[in-house]
Design a protein around this ligand. Structure first.
Ligand code: BTN
Length: 255
């Protein structure tokens, strides 16, 4: 799939630009990148800290003809492609954390934001945003305990065009295989946090669920088995690991 890259020095949010162009009929493969975002956004109405040259902030428009229920696989593809790019460019291997994060040394390295448009049960398009901390130093900031960048982990700054191209190469390959019928679920769940751990699930407007994260289903939902043996299917929310395990709540707070 050929990519068409539009790069801003500064933008509000690459998600917003990509969505506007998608609504106007832009073709699949549109990539919107910004070197700085003034209104970068994350899941659950959070903001995404996006200082100039601090990270990869980009959104990709995809239009696969798939059922809406499979759209979470696109988030997985992006996570796997981002992991590959980190391996190639920085020699580190982050792990995916349900539902949309990448962790390095237990801290949040990257987040994926997937926004969908559908017609009945079919996907019309997906805008998949990746925010990957590359050169930001979080150590003396309020995010020191929860966020990390490639530069912090390796001691070397990262050239963003190199990281972006490695990511887009990996994504193009994985997307092609996905269109040919390969599911990204096995590769994504092979290292997935918090599988096997005791967790507390915080879902907006719903009761807490505590139990063991036993699996993810084919559509990417997390299966949590509670003390009485009931399995809860979790579609969205935040996960804390419990029982002396480090909490991995690490989304960026709203500025
Ligand atoms: C999250 O962890 O909550 C997801 C963060 C996604 C951030 C990226 S940066 C590029 C794109 N544009 C945005 O405004 N958000 C996504």
């Amino acid at each position: 799939m050929p990519f068409t890259l539009i790069q801003f020095r500064r933008a509000t949010s690459t998600q917003a630009w990509a969505r506007d162009w998608a609504r106007l009929g832009a073709r699949e493969g549109l990539v919107v990148q910004a070197l700085e975002q003034t209104a970068g956004r994350g899941r659950l109405q959070r903001s995404w800290h996006s200082p100039y040259n601090g990270g990869l902030y980009l959104s990709v428009l995809l239009r696969p003809t798939i059922p809406l229920a499979q759209a979470s696989r696109l988030t997985m593809l992006v996570s796997l492609a981002a992991i590959e790019a980190c391996q190639v460019v920085a020699g580190v291997t982050p792990v995916p954390k349900w539902p949309n994060d990448l962790l390095l040394q237990g801290r949040k390295l990257a987040g994926v934001l997937t926004e969908l448009e559908n017609q009945a049960e079919r996907l019309s398009y997906a805008i998949i945003g990746l925010g990957l901390n590359a050169n930001t130093d979080f150590r003396k900031t309020p995010l020191a305990e929860t966020a990390i960048s490639l530069q912090q982990a390796t001691g070397h700054s990262v050239k963003l065009p190199v990281l972006r191209d490695a990511y887009l190469d990996a994504l193009a390959r994985r997307y092609q295989r996905f269109l040919s019928g390969e599911s990204p679920v096995p590769a994504w769940k092979a290292q997935l946090e918090p599988l096997g751990r005791r967790v507390r699930v915080v879902q907006p407007g719903q009761a807490l669920v505590e139990g063991t994260a036993i699996d993810v289903n084919a559509d990417g939902a997390l299966l949590v088995q509670d003390q009485v043996g009931i399995t809860h299917t979790i579609w969205a929310g935040d996960i804390q690991t419990i029982n002396n395990q480090q909490s991995t709540i690490n989304d960026h707070p709203t500025d």
